[in-house]
Design a protein around this ligand. Sequence first.
Ligand code: AVI
Length: 324
Amino acid sequence: MPVSGSLKIRPGSEVDGPPREFALDVCAGLSKTQKELHSKYLYDELGSALFQAITHLPEYGVTRADARVLEAHAGDVARAISQPVSVIELGSGTGEKTWHILREMAGARYFPIDVSADALARCEHDLAEVAEVYPLQQLYLDGMASAVAHRRSHETLLVLFLGSTIGNFERPCALEFLRDLRRCLEHGDKLLLGVDLIKERDRMLAAYDDPTGVTAAFNLNLLGRINRELGGHFELRNFEHQARWNDTERRIEMHLRSRRDQTVSVDAADVSVSFRADETIWTESSHKFRLAEMFGLAAQAGFAVEAQWVDREWPFAESLWTAL
Ligand code: AVI
């Protein structure tokens, strides 16, 4: 039985960036005309737990669709790749969805990359029966560099970037990121990219504004995090979660709307910010894709699309690319 490996970068390295960086980003973001906070700050311990809860919401079909397509086509993915393989997953979490892929690739090495030590520990435990697991607690590209440094000769790399996380990048940044990934790979290596497709507006909006209020809590927690970590003085009840569909940019935007005129200070960021009633803080974008646009995106990033599989229940695609 494959055993878990010992290539680990353990807690202690501040993958979230130090509080100073958080404070500077808060100060810069809240000073803009359209106030904004970077979506990476949504994921502290509570935010990550709330995101986990989102994945179980009946209205949020993304995670289940991703898992269904992977389960149905794990064999097709495995057959498209010459062995031996090392599988590198960006933002693996507990690696639950990847189990099916690894089971089809007997003896593969698996490098899950994530910022959560707890998720990686579970991943290492749960997937040890189907792969040699080498957890990397790092940011995506740092983790890629670590995994690639352990590449063996005659080995193919398969990079997994699932769950439509690429949709959280602004489109030009997504392309830049895919190009950075390509630079880490060799000709013939593969990328499996999960993307959420454009669907009926109401379905998309409900996925980001559920009646249970979990997504609202996920969004508002960002203000709570600023209060806890940076001495912020946000009164959370004075803000309200909003999800909007931006048809021009083809994305869902999450905002926090100020319910009234108010001024809020954040001690560690040394700012005092005034809000007008109805003014918003933009906290996240989730871009949605057309199946056909994947060909252009792949080509611009130095890949060719080899296959695409789409879920029937919730339009979501798994796109398999080959590095040119
Ligand atoms: C992690 N990411 C792909 C999620 C998304 O759908 O954009 C984050 C999320 N935000 C609100 N709900 C889910």
